[in-house]
Design a protein around this ligand. Structure first.
Ligand code: SAM
Length: 293
């Protein structure tokens, strides 16, 4: 087996050979610890018939570990300067395809159809660029891609918010949005020392297992998410205050909002952070008629 890319020495040698300088604006913090990489891949539970989708392969540290476990790997990289490097570092693996695209712009569904037509089990595995972790995760989930799940490294603070339970300080509209589509768990806490350059924040790995059906069934998904966002607009305000100030004509419709809260069995003085996802679903279904006539 070839020598791993993700050792400090090999990484430095590759970067020097190509005169590569990190772009902070692209969230370039490369992993230089093979053990951590292997553990990330283990959490994805890949088999030799799985497909892996990677976002931001960098110089191929994680890509290589994925290529050894999965049947095929497709990696999206935005930085053109990395393409010749990846061509060299990944040359021992004939089951990897690198696509030079921005993950937020590319038609992911089309690529998956083209590249994984014979593969049923698909996982997204990545060490995400931290400046866009939330938009990337939300895009992958909202597109309702045919994937089993997502295992990604991200800022610990965002991992905490994603997997937070009601009644905690980290619980908010992001927790609900992600937990609506998936079962979310933090599976690793990762020290700064395993990256070059070291990021300013602590990191964690989360595993999101896509649910067969969303956690709750609602009349209108967009409206449900609008209600959750409105309810957390100002965390110290009551649910009633947030809803009246955030919803269109909310102040004039205060009476209707109170009726909806009563029908949903929710005290108007509660704060958004105390509501379970089921309570948000009941509330948005009760409010729906009053805001869509
Ligand atoms: N996978 C490598 C590793 O673990 O060492 C690199 C991870 S680094 C945190 C993030 C990578 O994502 C960089 O290679 C960066 O160029 C790339 N990237 C940043 N924004 C991107 C985007 N919008 N689409 C695709 N790749 C992106």
């Amino acid at each position: 087996m070839d020598k791993d890319i993700a050792t400090p020495l090999r990484t430095r040698t590759i970067l020097e050979k190509y005169g590569f300088s990190f772009k902070k604006s692209l969230g370039q913090n490369f992993l230089i610890d093979t053990n951590i990489l292997k553990r990330i891949v283990d959490h994805a539970e890949l088999t030799d018939s799985s497909g892996a989708i990677e976002i931001g392969p960098g110089i191929g540290a994680l890509t290589e570990q994925l290529a050894r476990q999965a049947k095929k790997v497709v990696a999206f990289e935005i930085d053109q300067r990395l393409l010749p490097i990846l061509k060299e570092t990944l040359s021992p693996y004939d089951n990897v395809k690198v696509i030079h695209e921005d993950i937020l712009k590319v038609d992911v569904e089309k690529v998956l159809e083209e590249e994984f037509s014979e593969i049923e089990d698909l996982m997204v595995v990545a060490n995400l660029p931290y400046y866009v972790t939330t938009p990337i995760i939300m895009r992958l989930l909202e597109e309702k891609l045919a994937i089993r799940g997502i295992v990604v490294m991200l800022q610990k603070e965002v991992a905490d918010r994603i997997s937070a339970k009601p009644g905690t300080k980290d619980y908010g509209s992001l927790s609900i949005a992600v937990q609506y589509y998936t079962v979310a768990e933090t599976v690793m806490i990762v020290p700064k020392t395993v990256f070059v350059p070291q990021p300013n924040v602590d990191s964690a790995v989360i595993r999101l297992t896509v649910r067969k059906e969303p956690a709750v069934s609602v009349k209108d998904e967009d409206f449900f998410f609008q209600i959750t966002k409105s309810s957390f607009a100002q965390r110290r305000k009551t649910l009633l205050n947030n809803l009246t100030s955030q919803l269109p004509n909310g102040k004039e419709k205060k009476g209707e909002i109170l009726i909806a809260l009563e029908h949903a069995g929710i005290e108007p003085t509660r704060r958004g952070e105390t509501l379970s996802i089921e309570e948000f679903a009941r509330l948005s279904d009760e409010l729906f008629a009053y805001f869509h006539q």
